[in-house]
Design a protein around this ligand. Structure first.
Ligand code: PLP
Length: 423
């Protein structure tokens, strides 16, 4: 009772502020950590020396440049060690996951021109899907493996699509929208048992440092792996590309002889040092972070499900990243919810992409078969180690009223609220 009065008061206050264009809150509650993360203070500190006194080009021959070279090679050893790679030289530094993905696909294609078939999933990030489209333009066939309503990959279809001329199987580890995790160890083993010539690529951008990845352990059949710094509290503009020894690929970024002549371009020393620091921090804090983040996510999820009718949690029945909550709120648009959340300083995101004036529903939720009235109302909330319980409590207070208010304006809501609930 007390709570609902409080919520009603907050709601009227928000309405007043919206009506009179009063900027409500300058405080930010950042819950969009699958989009990007804050740079950790320790990461920032690790970068500073290489922005200031140790600014030299790591390829320069004079002694002053030695610390910069040492920083790059130490970072390589550190990250390769955390990932369980056999040798540090299997890890190349890039500018982002998108670059690593392009390097994997086009590098593999150029080195193996007779293999013209690629397998991927219907729910990959656009960084993979757009590259696949481009390969299709170039005459490749691409099989897009579907998922079920829970978000799990159709394993039978995956196995059936493996062919004698398949170049590459590319499967993401954790989905950026729903957090659903695919069984990479199993899929990569199936590929290698079926045809060891087929390369296995994994986009681990959302999972690296957050889920167990060991390239000589559970990921030992993975040939190539991509990740990005800015999802793990390192800065934007740095990423990693793991290429197992013996994997036949051509370099994608041509230029100087950096990165063992496999990726031209002067190494971004400060950001590489920061990236290694981010891995170090995660290695120490991962278990505790995971428990706390999952507890907060679950608290938020159960409170919203209890207080808001006609809301589904996309991916809840599959193995899921502990930090991700994807809600399908029936009969309203995700963008409306985001706008209202932003009035409380809350940053989240929706699955829709605003293209050419029309709101396209998320390709991930479409592949999962989420119904029309729900997939347009999808909201993704993603936590990090910096998320506090007070922030989650603010969302729990704000969310039900925002939904109720938007539904009062929704033409679909009047019809749906009186229907018996399915599934
Ligand atoms: N792959 C996945 C699964 C992602 O979530 C993202 C970014 O959201 C990317 C690739 C692209 O990452 P970057 O921005 O570092 O290129």
């Amino acid at each position: 009772m007390k709570q609902s009065r409080f919520a009603a008061a907050v709601s009227s206050f928000v309405l007043f502020c919206q009506t009179y264009h009063v900027k409500l809150i300058s405080m930010t509650i950042y819950l969009d950590n699958n989009a990007t993360t804050a740079v950790a203070p320790e990461v920032f500190e690790a970068m500073v020396p290489f922005l200031q006194q140790e600014y030299f080009n790591p390829s320069s021959m004079y002694p002053a440049a030695k610390p910069a070279r040492a920083a790059v090679e130490t970072a390589r050893q550190t990250i390769a060690g955390h990932l369980g790679a056999e040798h540090p030289s299997e890890l190349l530094f890039t500018s982002c996951a998108t670059e690593s993905i392009n390097a994997a696909f086009f590098g593999a294609a150029r080195a193996n021109p007779n293999r013209k078939h690629v397998i991927t999933t219907a729910v990959e990030h656009p960084a993979v899907l757009e590259v696949c489209k481009e390969l299709q333009h170039e005459g490749y066939e691409v099989s897009y493996i579907g998922v079920d309503r829970k978000g799990n990959l159709n394993l039978g279809e995956f196995v059936r699509e493996l062919r004698h001329d398949t170049l590459l199987a590319a499967v993401m580890h954790a989905n950026s929208e729903t957090g659903v995790v695919f069984p990479i160890d199993r899929l990569a083993r199936i590929v290698k048992e079926t045809n060891p010539e087929i390369m296995f690529f994994c986009d681990a951008t959302q999972s690296v440092t957050k889920m167990p990845i060991h390239l000589t352990g559970n990921f030992r059949h993975v040939d190539m792996l991509a990740f990005s710094g800015h999802k793990i509290h390192a800065p934007k503009g740095t990423g990693g590309f793991y290429v197992r020894r013996g994997t036949r690929i051509r370099p994608f970024m041509l230029g100087g002889h950096q990165e063992f002549s496999r990726r031209g371009g002067t190494e971004n020393v400060p950001y590489i040092a920061g990236l290694a620091k981010a891995f170090d921090i995660a290695a120490v804090s991962h278990d505790a972070d995971r428990v706390r983040i999952e507890m907060l996510r679950n608290k938020l999820e159960s409170a919203i499900v209890a207080r808001v009718p006609y809301v589904e949690v996309n991916g809840a029945e599959a193995e899921r990243m502990p930090n991700t909550l994807n809600l399908a709120v029936h009969c309203i648009e995700g963008e409306g919810i985001l706008y209202q959340l932003s009035e409380f300083g809350i940053c989240a995101s929706s699955g829709s992409a605003c293209t050419s004036g029309s709101l396209e529903p998320s390709h991930v939720l479409t592949a999962m078969g989420v119904p029309f009235t729900a997939k347009h109302g999808s909201v993704r909330i993603s936590l990090s180690r910096y998320t506090t319980e007070a922030e989650i409590d603010t969302v729990i207070e704000a969310f039900p009223d925002i939904v109720a208010r938007l539904r009062r304006l929704s033409p679909y809501w009047d019809q749906e609220k009186n229907q018996p609930r399915k599934g």
